[in-house]
Design a protein around this ligand. Structure first.
Ligand code: HEC
Length: 95
């Protein structure tokens, strides 16, 4: 019985992380971020944005500048998504 509970919660947990990534991608795609950004360029900008905190700050600035209405959590999710896909900075809570 306990094993079943552990398995189920593991499964739910994994699903959750995946769902977050999926939502973050949607958030990014649906908010005109790509109007100004050629995403392929993200990975060549390491001179300027060279850690996750800076990445998060830039996402926050752009999200505010474009009136996305994102909360901190959404900014965080999109930063994680961009990090996962392009930047690959080491983060303690990387998804
Ligand atoms: C009106 C144009 C515009 C829009 C729309 C925009 N950005 Fe930006 N973004 C910029 C500019 C300008 C910079 C600064 C580039 C620089 O430092 O040279 C920037 C920088 C960034 C960076 C850092 C890039 C790097 O590695 O140097 C990230 C990440 C980013 N934006 C994410 C986003 C996200 C997420 C959105 C959607 C909410 C978004 N941007 C929408 C103009 C825009």
């Amino acid at each position: 019985m306990y094993k079943l509970i552990i398995c189920t919660s593991l499964l739910l947990f994994t699903n959750n992380v995946y769902a977050d990534m999926h939502t973050a991608k949607q958030l990014f795609d649906e908010n005109d971020c790509t109007k100004c950004h050629n995403v392929e360029k993200f990975k060549y900008r390491k001179d300027k944005v060279n850690n996750f905190e800076k990445l998060n700050t830039m996402v926050d600035a752009c999200a505010n500048g474009t009136n996305t209405g994102w909360f901190e959590e959404e900014v965080q999710d999109v930063s994680s998504y961009l990090n996962h896909k392009y930047y690959h900075f080491k983060v303690k809570a990387d998804k």
